[in-house]
Design a binder for this molecule. Structure first.
Ligand code: ARG
Length: 472
């Protein structure tokens, strides 16, 4: 970046000014440091605009040819890292336009006919964001495919399901993972839905009121792959709701991955020991040689904060702005770029990390033995034998208390011991038969929840198959 601090006012808009801005103001108001990321989109948009101007006879065919030749060279310079970004030229738009004019002369000066940086920047952001969303949708798909593989392999691996972080009922690890699949499915829907509103063309709105040239906005929309044009020029140059929606979808995606991360961290703690994560996602401690820390999931949890922060930044940026464009909107880019970068990196890492989960099935099963996980199954058994549910609940609570005293799990009682434990609930003991031990086992409990959305291994396999078919 060259910071040419000439005292001559030489900016594209400086004709009416009698003194130059200070270096501090120049730096404060410039965006070229960060909006040069949209250079490719800016060139694409300019080429479509120029093509339309020529078709409409607003510029000549030779002008268009010159603009196309100049832009091809500029793109090449940018790709090679040889383009001289200049702080004096404020932003990506003016930098490119100035270089174009240096390369092709008057045609470069005609490019901005019927256009303003206000509709130009709104178009560039939308093009940029559309690409980012497409990339994110592909990455969510990769994450989902890997998640489905692990879920299928563990469709029948029992683990405790928790409520209040207390052992509640048996579930399978595959079923647990499929909960995150469902979350990611909704995340993908949100990004795809947001894309519809991103994919509308602001160009043609000019500064705020439209333009007096005979432009053809539909043609530009088609050239750039937009579904339709924005229908109000004031709205088109000023609102950034599409970017806010993107950040909201990103916040929810990160929130889901943050919850997943919290579980991975918890499961990996030696106190729980349900899984191990591949070494490549962990780091050691510089002082404690025994440590293997789940840094990657911790960072995902942490980075959710910055993504949520970006959402609040953009909402706050927008809330006080009168129509139409205000320079406030220049502040939309950094939070937006940072959000897309964070989501893209996180999804990439996560897809790989999932394949590196080593499941410790024995530890999961041991944990199930410690929480009377099949107590609900025992109550359901009594209900199916005719006992009202509230009485069954009471009877099983007594059995749990007795198991607590004896220091055993429910399936370890004999039939007589179980009956004795429930003696105070009329109707309960005589309803217990030998077949009760069928429902007290973890496998029996799992298999009995055999309906769509339930944890029976058969249902988990069906859910994986359904999900795979939908991903095709
Ligand atoms: N760099 C500006 C932005 O990011 C471009 C639009 C400038 N428009 C203006 N009227 N100053 O929003």
């Amino acid at each position: 970046m060259t910071d040419t601090t000439s005292s001559q006012p030489a900016k594209a808009w400086s004709g009416r000014f009698t003194e130059p801005v200070s270096d501090l103001v120049k730096r404060y108001t410039a965006s070229v440091f960060f909006d040069q990321r949209m250079a490719r989109q800016d060139i694409r948009g300019s080429l479509a605009h120029a093509k339309m101007l020529a078709r409409q006879g607003i510029i000549g065919a030779q002008d268009l040819a010159d603009i196309e030749r100049g832009m091809a060279q500029i793109l090449d310079e940018i790709e090679r890292g040889e383009f001289g970004w200049n702080l004096d030229d404020e932003d990506v738009h003016l930098n490119i336009e100035k270089r174009l004019t240096a390369l092709v002369g008057d045609a470069g000066k005609r490019l901005h006919t019927g256009r303003s940086r206000n509709d130009q920047v709104a178009t560039d952001i939308r093009l940029w964001l559309r690409d980012a969303i497409d990339q994110i949708l592909t990455l969510i798909g990769d994450f989902q495919k890997n998640l489905l593989d692990v879920a299928e392999a563990n469709a029948a691996t029992p683990m405790p399901g928790f409520t209040h972080l207390q052992v509640a009922q048996p579930v399978t690890f595959g079923h647990h993972l499929m909960a995150y699949f469902e979350m990611s499915r909704r995340d993908a829907e949100r990004f795809a839905d947001c894309r519809k509103r991103v994919n509308r063309l602001p160009l043609g709105s000019a500064a705020l009121a439209g333009t007096s040239y005979p432009i053809d906005r539909e043609f530009v929309a088609q050239e750039l792959g937009f579904d339709e044009v924005c229908y109000n020029s004031l709205d088109a140059v000023s609102d950034r709701d599409f970017a806010i929606e993107f950040c909201a979808a990103s916040s929810l995606l990160m929130t889901h991955l943050s919850r997943f991360s919290e579980e991975l961290i918890l499961w990996m703690s030696p106190r729980v020991g349900f899984i191990d994560l591949a070494d490549r996602f962990c780091t050691g401690s510089s002082i404690m040689p025994q440590k293997k820390n789940p840094d990657v999931p911790e960072l995902v949890r942490g980075k959710t904060g910055r993504v949520n922060g970006s959402l609040i930044s953009l909402l706050t940026l927008m809330k006080g702005q009168p129509l139409a464009y205000n320079k406030d909107n220049q502040e939309d880019k950094e939070p937006l770029f940072d959000t897309a970068d964070t989501v893209i990196d996180t999804l990439r890492i996560y897809a790989d990390m999932i394949t590196g989960i080593r499941v410790k099935a024995d530890a999961m099963r041991d944990a199930l033995k410690q929480g009377y996980a099949t107590a609900t199954d025992l109550a359901d058994y009594l209900v199916k034998k005719g006992l009202p549910f509230r009485d069954a609940h009471e009877a099983v609570a007594l059995a749990v208390r007795a198991a607590d005293v004896k220091g055993c799990d429910l399936p370890q009682f004999s039939l007589d011991e179980l009956r004795a434990a429930m003696a105070h609930v009329p109707g309960a003991p005589e309803r217990l038969q030998d077949d009760v031990f069928g429902v007290l086992t973890v496998e029996g409990s799992l298999a009995s929840r055999n309906h769509i959305g339930g944890t029976a291994p058969e249902q988990v396999r069906a859910a994986v198959a359904r999900a795979r078919a939908a991903l095709q």
